[in-house]
Design a protein around this ligand. Structure first.
Ligand code: GDP
Ligand code: ZN
Length: 347
């Protein structure tokens, strides 16, 4: 595993300071049940219990079932995960979790406790024919949605799904349209997203346009990267921090400790206080815990019109007096946003 250059932890400390008004919990069951974006995560439950108001000193980079790489003392360290943070053979930690690492004399550094999460991005997983929530990243400020203007072709439906995922996780979305050097002018959909208040940044790794704007947006934040393979995620990371050698990100799978990074989330600390989490989980993002009623809420222009529907439980598919369909007909609601809404609803 490559160790990144020594970097300042100033930004992380500032984030920890914003959490003090939140309550803490040692109740693991409650943590796993919770529906809110603020998650109460268990600390060690042994006799030498960690106090609730502990000051975290580490940031989870990646993890396997029982081991985690943690950004601790300005470097990545391989740490054992305390048994109290393991349930059903797997850790409850996620990349981005703020943790307490302790090292007793020459022993292995151990992750003892984890702070409640400010936000989380989840997907659903099917384990033993039960659906369970899998937190793919914690304490995320931004969802950086990366699409290509061409090669692969721009897919608005996918952007809508990512926007829902950001909304559901309480994370601010940013849309980055890369490979702008391959096209004349931006895709027409850009105006739709800008009208929704989503910042849109047009970039090219080939001619460097938009990269400084992207850097400014990401400064001091934790962002999760979302995007299909081939859109230029690795290229953008390398342009943002040329010192980052992504070719070395895969660790050996030949020993127990290294068995993890290829299929799980991974956090990168980039030069200049940018923290990005790359996660294969985002590529298969399902829609977690979004009910039919809530779905309209994630399409604000649809929700706004829905207030005028004749029936309060209108599904905007075939009911008479539907103000949403009227809005689509009059052009107030972009048709492809409405089609996206219907498609996601039927999934
Ligand atoms: P990832 O799978 O999302 O990480 O995508 P990569 O970063 O591996 O990029 C996929 C391919 O697109 C590579 O051949 C890159 O050289 C190319 N690429 C990435 N960004 C740009 C860009 O802005 N313009 C052009 N023309 N090609 C790009
Ligand atoms: Zn309606």
């Amino acid at each position: 595993m490559k160790q990144h250059r020594k970097r300042t932890s100033r930004v992380r400390n500032r984030d920890w300071e914003t959490q003090h008004e939140q309550s803490f919990s040692h109740d693991l069951k409650k943590h796993l049940r919770t529906n809110t974006p603020i998650v109460h995560v268990a600390a060690a439950q042994s006799s030498d219990k960690v106090p609730d108001d502990f000051e975290p000193n580490g940031l989870v980079v990646s993890h396997s079932k029982k081991w985690a790489f943690v950004w601790w003392n300005d470097k990545e360290h391989l740490c054992r995960i305390s048994d109290a943070l393991i349930e059903r053979d797997s850790t409850i930690l996620a990349a981005g979790d703020e943790v307490l690492v302790e090292q007793i004399e020459d022993g292995e550094p151990t992750v003892r406790a984890v702070k409640p999460r400010r936000t989380k991005l989840s997907r659903h997983a099917i384990e033993d024919s039960r659906v369970s929530e899998q937190v793919i990243a914690a304490n995320v400020d931004l969802l950086l949605i990366i699409v290509a203007a061409a090669k692969p072709a721009f897919k608005p439906g996918l952007v809508d799904r990512y926007l829902i995922c950001a909304e559901a996780g309480g994370v601010e979305p940013i849309l980055c349209i890369n490979k702008m050097d391959l096209v004349e002018g931006a895709p027409g959909d850009v105006d739709i997203y800008r009208a929704l208040g989503v910042p849109v940044i047009l970039t090219s790794c080939s001619d460097g346009r938009g990269v400084e704007e992207l850097r400014t947006r990401l400064l001091g934040k934790i962002a999760v990267l979302a995007g299909q393979s081939g859109v230029g995620k690795s290229s953008l990371l390398n342009v943002l921090d040329p010192g980052l050698d992504l070719a070395t990100r895969e660790v050996s799978t030949s020993n127990e400790k290294g068995k993890h990074t290829t299929t799980s989330s991974r956090l990168y600390r980039l030069d200049g206080d940018i923290t990005l989490i790359d996660t294969p989980g985002v590529r298969q993002l399902g829609i977690w815990k979004v009910t039919f009623q809530e779905l309209a809420f994630y399409f604000p222009e649809i929700a706004e019109h829905a207030a005028g529907c004749r029936f309060r439980d209108c599904t905007h598919s075939s009911e008479p007096g539907c103000a949403v369909r009227a809005g689509v007909e009059s052009g107030d609601i972009p048709e492809r946003r409405f089609l996206s809404y219907l498609r996601i609803r039927s999934s």
